[in-house]
Ligand binder design. Structure first.
Ligand code: FES
Ligand SMILES: [Fe+2]
Length: 407
């Protein structure tokens, strides 16, 4: 059981809370879509861990990431002019470089040259990969940039979209790695799908097998099918908020999905979905569907007084949930728990072993971090993400070793 104290430790990320400090210090964070930043274009406001930042693209194409408040007297730098490889605050014209120097202080009378060098601009390293800007918000030396297989793919092979949701970040991670809901919550969608994954409907009681890894764990959700065969769905959890979802079909050239649940503050997150294919361009029809579904989903799931948009009429005609999209089913499940679900009130069952393991790993990491040590998942040997990929397939029986499935 998760105690109230553990729930606080797991969920709170603002105002110097231990989890927030750990996430900022040890991990790179997907912050904003690269496509939203245009050279010399409008800076974009980004909120993470309860703090406000701006991201912008300078004249020469580099990305800058600064605290939103101007170091002079705090006006929003989202309003700043973006020109000449710098942001110029519209209030008194201070000019701030991408590397955090004050280049000009036009309103200082006595000795602007000396004065400008005394000002510290809070700025953060930023990199780009898979259509996203990733930032590191810690202090001291940055960890190595993550080398996930999707980071250096060409634009037609990786597509990211994110949705802001009114829920704590951990609810997002838990929904992602919870294989046991797939055959139940999403049953109406699986019924129209011909893949192996659709066959997961045959058995709603999942047997889990796990393999702990340096970076998190692998969870094999095993479902016995008629004839003694077994369907395996192997989800990867990578600390602290990555869930790699097995593709619907089999084979190396499938589109793959990774979900990242990033805290905006204690009660909001941005849930990033990254679709990628290491072998060929992504399916463009699906890409368009996603681009259309996402903004719509945001409006729907933020309406508790409308029962989150549930359509009882659809349920009368065979739809299990009354929602038309898989992602909306997931989002609604997550936000309808309330902003921070009270985990001390749950009744966990055997299908929740992945959830229990996730919480245990996060608690162990944050407690280790609090002692000043490096948690296991942040040590150099855990930082090679290049071979990690979710998988699935059929086993001859439930006793066959699922770890032999090709990755
Ligand atoms: S507040 Fe930005 S220059 Fe004065
Ligand atoms: Fe789901």
């Amino acid at each position: 059981m998760t105690t109230k104290e553990e729930n606080e430790l797991l969920t709170r990320v603002e105002n110097g809370a231990p989890m927030g400090r750990m996430l900022r210090q040890l991990y790179w964070i997907p912050a904003v879509l690269s496509s939203r930043l245009e050279a010399d274009g409008a800076p974009v406001r980004v909120k993470l861990f309860g703090d406000c930042f701006v991201a912008y693209r300078s004249t020469d194409g580099r990305v800058g990431f600064l605290n939103e408040a101007c170091p002079h007297r705090g006006i929003s730098l989202a309003l700043a002019r973006n020109e000449d490889n710098a942001l110029r605050c519209i209030f008194h014209g201070w000019k701030l470089s991408i590397t955090g120097e004050v280049l000009e202080v036009p309103n200082e009378v006595s000795d602007p040259e000396r004065f400008r060098k005394t000002v510290k601009v809070k700025h953060y390293p930023a990199i780009e990969g898979a259509g996203l800007v990733w930032v590191w918000l810690g202090s001291g030396e940055a960890p190595p940039a993550p080398n996930f297989e999707w980071m250096n793919l060409p634009p037609e092979q990786a597509y990211a979209c994110g949705l802001e949701l009114h829920s704590n970040w951990l609810q997002g991670v838990e929904a992602t790695i919870d294989s046991s809901h797939v055959a139940i919550l999403h049953q109406s969608h699986l019924a129209t799908n011909q893949s192996d994954m659709a066959a997961t409907r045959v058995n709603t009681a999942v047997r889990y097998k796990f393999q702990d890894t340096p970076y998190g764990y692998r969870a094999a959700a095993l479902r016995e099918a008629p004839g003694g065969e077994c369907l395996a769905r192997v989800t990867e959890f990578i600390m602290p908020y990555y869930g790699l979802i097995p593709p619907l079909g089999n084979g190396q050239d499938q589109d793959r999905t990774v979900i990242m649940a990033v805290p905006i503050d204690d009660t909001h997150l941005i849930q990033w979905y990254l679709f990628y294919n290491t072998e060929k361009p992504l399916d463009s029809v699906k890409r368009t569907q996603r681009a259309n579904t996402w903004p719509m989903a945001g409006g729907i799931v933020d309406s508790p007084d409308q029962y989150w948009g549930q359509q009882r009429r659809l349920m009368k005609h065979g739809n299990h949930t009354g929602f038309t999209e898989i992602v909306i089913e997931d989002f609604v499940a997550q936000v309808s728990m309330g902003p921070i679900v009270d985990r001390s009130e749950e009744y966990l069952c055997s299908a929740d072993q992945a959830i229990v393991r996730l919480r245990r790993q996060l608690l162990e990491a944050v407690r280790t971090f609090e002692t000043g040590e490096l948690p296991k998942s942040a040590r150099p040997e855990a930082r090679d993400y290049s071979q990690i990929t979710a998988t699935g397939g059929r086993l001859r029986s439930i006793d066959e070793d699922w770890r032999k499935l090709p990755r």
